[in-house]
Design a protein around this ligand. Structure first.
Ligand code: NAP
Ligand code: GCO
Length: 266
């Protein structure tokens, strides 16, 4: 047996949401390297154009579409367009996400709803749009990008933690409801990764020293470093490939060990 063939994505169509850059771009790039046809969306044309240029520069002939993943009608139309222009979606990565770092009692209900809308309601909307064709095709892979905050809380991220905790359970429920159709739904829980979303937590201080949160995370991580988007590529290919056909409802934490570690004694 050629065991590496089990990790091939040759002939598969992968949709990665919010993948003009950041984690989504890295995952889509890994899927392309494993043989998949890449489809991505982002919320603005300028982002899609930027993403298409970045994929081209990486030698990837990606298909890019403008779509707000919180808009169910737009998502349904996007999936129909993809199926017409590219093919039935074999792999969905619900990657698009936002965060608002505001103390809970200072956060408005609207701000809370905005985060939950993108980080939890949208994965429901997009998954619901792709599952029927996956059932007809006889297989499918759905990967939800969860978070440390699917397991832990911290100050100022109440909406994000609530959404990512819910996304963990949505992952398990899709597994439960559609596993009999050979659809595997798993999550990836990245640790603290160097992307634009976490840039504010890593900014150099006026005196040139590292951000206190930066130092905190490095001390809390057994790997003693922030993660990079490249650290997520292998786990993402595994969960999208035949190699994980009997893995379902699992959240694979790619966190350098944070969740296992109580922290160094001061
Ligand atoms: P990012 O750099 O902020 O990228 C998120 C992408 O999603 C952006 O392209 C963003 O577009 C897009 N997006 C936001 N709202 C959207 C919507 N309504 N419709 C379509 N696209 C939308 O984030 P990231 O760090 O790459 O994170 C990607 C995912 O990983 C997120 O779900 C995040 O919660 C999760 N995550 C990140 C980390 C980390 O440490 N970075 C760790 C754990 C989990 P805009 O540019 O317009 O915002
Ligand atoms: C934060 C960070 C985290 C990371 C990630 C950790 O403000 O605590 O943004 O939430 O984005 O989700 O897994």
């Amino acid at each position: 047996m050629d065991i590496l063939q089990k990790f091939s994505l040759q002939g598969k169509v992968a949709l990665v949401t919010g993948a003009s850059y950041g984690i989504g771009f890295a995952i889509a790039s890994a899927y392309a390297a494993a043989g998949a046809t890449i489809v991505f969306n982002d919320i603005r044309q300028e982002l899609v154009d930027r993403g298409l240029a970045a994929y081209r520069e990486a030698g990837i002939d990606a298909h890019g579409y403008v779509c707000d993943v919180t808009d169910e009608a737009a998502v349904q139309a996007l999936v129909a367009t993809i199926e017409r222009e590219v093919g039935v979606i074999d792999i969905l990565v619900n990657n698009a996400g936002i965060i608002k770092r505001i103390p809970m009692c200072e956060m408005t209900a609207e701000q809370f709803r905005q985060v939950v809308d993108v980080d939890l309601n949208a994965p429901f909307i997009v998954s619901k749009a792709v599952i029927p064709s996956m059932i007809r095709k006889g297989h499918g892979k759905i990967i939800n990008i969860c978070s440390m905050m699917s397991e832990l809380g911290r100050e100022t991220v109440s909406a994000y933690a609530a959404a990512k905790g819910g996304l963990k359970m949505l992952t398990r429920n899709i597994c439960s409801e559609y596993g009999e159709h050979n659809i595997q739904c798993n999550g990836i829980g990245p640790g603290y990764i160097e992307t634009p979303q976490t840039a504010p937590l890593r900014e150099r201080q006026p005196d040139g020293s590292r951000h206190p949160f930066d130092q905190f995370i490095v001390s809390k991580t057994p790997a003693a470093r922030w993660g990079t988007t490249e650290d997520l590529m292998g786990p993402a290919v595994f969960l999208a490939s035949d190699a994980s056909d009997f893995v379902n409802g699992h959240i694979l934490y790619v966190d350098g060990g944070i969740l296992a570690y109580i922290g160094k004694q001061p």
